[in-house]
Design a protein around this ligand. Structure first.
Ligand SMILES: O=P(O)(O)OC[C@H]1O[C@](O)(COP(=O)(O)O)[C@@H](O)[C@@H]1O
Ligand SMILES: [Mg+2]
Ligand SMILES: [Mg+2]
Length: 336
């Protein structure tokens, strides 16, 4: 049967409720939190798909704590996520790429929550105005402080191994929400006709090997020698074994990693001479993807460390990132 009967396709809400039944003691808080993120994603998607018509292209005239010019869609996405998570009853606070400090919700209901969320509200900002795929990235952590009191900074500065769930939204040809718990990674496609995320990619696993590598070649001579040698070796291999490898780079981490998760391959964002710590942020870009890839059978390293083992000290700290198919990450690690 080519096309599954629409009534048989599970929505995100149905899926999370179904998962809930597998945990008799679960409170449903995580399901509510995922539903709230889904709601914010629908609202962001509704504006992103008609961005040029609703005045959300271009700069917002602000600079964020990273020193980057903030886009209007960065601001909109940030506000939508904060509003949806604050209004829900399942989140005690958030940390965002676009906010200097963590935001503790500190009201009676939110203080009861056992989770905090870190997110990159709009990923791939440099591509927004050119109508190239962008995304949202999120990681959900169980608090270290006891529910009942306001969350604290300590709840946000936890290693990635402490995530209970992580995911991303891709605003591309279709809008997809992909999330994972330790039980697995599943992908949902937004059906605009019914306004629901529907299960389209169940039990995603990352192929153990691939032939696609993804890196900003423009910085080639800025990368460490090991990275340059790795890239040169696979290009040499291609010279004698044509089409063994190919290169793809969208410049939106969510889009590049969505492809790598589904099809296999390797994404590299190394440190550079100018920025040895790399560009990508540990807490709300690298940790969520490292969690998803590991659950799906892939790997993620900074070179010296497994990404998920890095103990964070600052909300916006950066790390080099090598992530993807197990065999390709293992291979590039031998060069680093
Ligand atoms: O332009 P560069 O240096 O290759 O960097 C591209 C990377 O920067 C990012 O755009 C950074 O994320 P933001 O857009 O959320 O700041 C990633 O999505 C992408 O992988
Ligand atoms: Mg980003
Ligand atoms: Mg961003």
């Amino acid at each position: 049967m080519l096309v599954q009967n629409a009534t048989q396709i599970m929505t995100l809400d149905e899926f999370t409720v179904h998962q809930l039944r597998l945990f008799p003691h679960a409170t449903g808080e995580l399901s509510h939190l995922l539903r709230d993120i889904g709601l914010a994603a629908k609202r962001i998607s509704a504006d992103a798909i008609k961005a040029g018509l609703v005045g959300v292209l271009g700069e917002a005239g602000l600079r964020n704590v990273q020193g980057e010019d903030v886009k209007k869609l960065d601001v909109l996405a940030n506000e939508q996520l904060i509003a949806a998570l604050r209004k829900g009853v399942s989140c005690a606070g958030v940390g965002s790429e676009e906010s200097d400090q963590v935001l503790i919700f500190d009201d009676h209901k939110s203080n009861q929550s056992k989770y905090v969320v870190l997110f990159d509200p709009l990923d791939g900002s440099s591509n927004i105005d050119n109508n190239i795929s962008v995304g949202t990235i999120f990681g959900v952590y169980r608090r270290t402080t006891a529910p009942g009191s306001p969350a604290t900074d300590a709840d946000f500065l936890q290693p990635g191994t402490r995530q209970v769930a992580a995911g991303y939204v891709l605003y591309g040809t279709s809008t997809m929400l992909v999330y994972g718990t330790r039980r697995g990674v599943n992908g949902f496609t937004l059906d605009p006709a019914i306004g629901e995320f529907c299960l389209s990619h169940p039990d995603i696993t990352c192929p153990s090997n691939g032939n696609t590598y993804s890196i900003n070649h423009g910085n080639f001579f800025q990368y460490p020698a090991g990275v340059r040698h790795y890239i040169t070796d696979i290009q040499r291999w291609n010279e004698f074994n044509p089409d063994s490898y190919t290169e793809r780079y969208v410049g939106s981490m969510v889009a590049d990693l969505h492809r790598t998760l589904l099809k296999g391959g390797l994404f590299l964002y190394p440190g550079t001479k100018e920025r040895p710590e790399g560009k990508l942020r540990l807490l709300y870009e690298c940790n969520p993807f490292a969690f998803l890839f590991e659950v799906a059978g892939g790997l993620a390293t900074s070179g010296p460390s497994r990404i998920l083992d890095i103990i964070p000290t600052k909300l916006h700290q950066r790390t080099p990132l090598f992530i993807g198919s197990k065999e390709m990450v293992t291979e590039v690690s031998s060069y680093l």
